[in-house]
Design a protein around this ligand. Structure first.
Ligand code: SF4
Ligand code: MG
Length: 331
């Protein structure tokens, strides 16, 4: 709720004053138990920082975080350590987070030992079970991380996260480094595990194709702000924010016979150190007018949106009216 994460930095070569990079700037959303909520956006939009702030791997600058009704920011370091078992994180590069000098069984054993969740005598059996659950052979626990492929290493990362029996798993670009067919396998595994173990996922990705596959609901971020939030179907069938429409129109369309509007974004993402006034997207938005430069649009529900769908754009009604609901071809 109203989550902010600012990083103080020196202003630049000539400017020695400190300024804040507003990586996450007043972001509010809820993740429902058992669902997959995705955060999508270009690099630098604040999606990873949001995920890390929720886990307090980055201490938020401001805002509130509730987990199962408990005020997460009020927990002491030692209380937080205990609660960490409920929230696990999986990273893009499992290799970087797996100790190369440890066998897989040691990696898994250590994770369980740190959280004190499984008594030592029961851990070998639990390790065998975890290996099977993520689609690896129990004997492979005797090997070292470098003996596995990228997809298998991600399975080990997932097994480690699962070992402490979490409720929420934050997946930060968890399949981004994998080739497309391995991606699909790991995404399917995550979905199976979600059903089996009642898991909730916060899925962070720059890739809308992946997000479409795995999500129940989607948050779109741009320069530290939420610009649109909706259940997956509404977002893909009826995107309202020009940024979302641009992202969707860039998804490759399998059928070349069907024409689509393609919105090409001008320029780069501006620096979050000095974000544009008003609507932060106005420097790249093909629909920007004077008001966009002056007034920051609030998240709101337009008349034709379903419940729970919100976007932050002054002109979304006119844009949808003029250009139709879908900028891209749907499945
Ligand atoms: Fe574009 Fe204006 Fe809407 Fe921002 S508020 S997305 S600049 S039309
Ligand atoms: Mg990131």
């Amino acid at each position: 709720k109203n989550l902010k994460k600012y990083f103080p930095v020196k202003g630049g070569v000539l400017n020695r004053k400190m300024t804040d990079v507003k990586a996450v700037d007043d972001v509010s959303f809820a993740i429902h138990s058992g669902e997959t909520l995705s955060i999508v956006g270009e690099s630098g939009c604040g999606k990873s920082t949001t995920g890390r702030a929720i886990l307090r791997l980055e201490e938020p600058t401001d805002g509130e975080i509730y987990f199962d009704g408990e005020d997460f920011r009020k927990l002491s370091k030692s209380q937080l350590r205990k609660r960490r078992k409920d929230i696990q994180i999986i990273f893009q590069d499992p290799y970087a987070s797996l100790n190369p000098r440890q066998k897989v069984k040691q990696i898994l054993d250590e994770a369980m030992a740190i959280q004190g969740v499984v008594p030592k005598k029961d851990r070998p059996a639990r390790i065998r079970e975890l290996m099977e659950v993520v689609g690896l052979r129990p004997q492979q626990a005797e090997r070292y991380p470098h003996e596995f492929s990228g997809g298998q290493r991600q399975r080990i990362g997932i097994a480690r996260a699962l070992s402490v029996d979490p409720k929420l798993i934050v997946c930060d670009e968890a399949v981004s480094a994998l080739d497309v067919s391995t991606q699909a396998q790991v995404l399917n595994l995550l979905k199976d595990l979600q059903r089996k173990f009642d898991l909730t996922f916060l899925f962070i990705s720059h890739d809308l194709g992946v997000v479409r596959h795995i999500s129940d609901r989607v948050v779109v971020m741009y320069l530290g702000k939420i610009v649109e939030i909706a259940d997956k179907k509404s977002l893909f069938d009826s995107p309202h924010h020009p940024y979302t429409r641009a992202l969707l129109s860039a998804i490759p369309v399998p059928d070349p016979e069907r024409k689509t509007e393609r919105i090409v974004l001008e320029g780069d993402v501006p620096s979050p150190m000095n974000p544009p006034s008003g609507c932060r997207f106005h420097t790249r938005c093909p629909f920007a007018t004077e008001i966009c430069k002056q007034e920051e649009p609030e998240l709101r529900t337009a008349g034709d949106m379903v419940d729970g769908h919100q976007a932050a754009c002054h002109h979304m009604e006119e844009i949808v009216e003029q250009y139709g609901k879908t900028p891209s071809v749907q499945e």
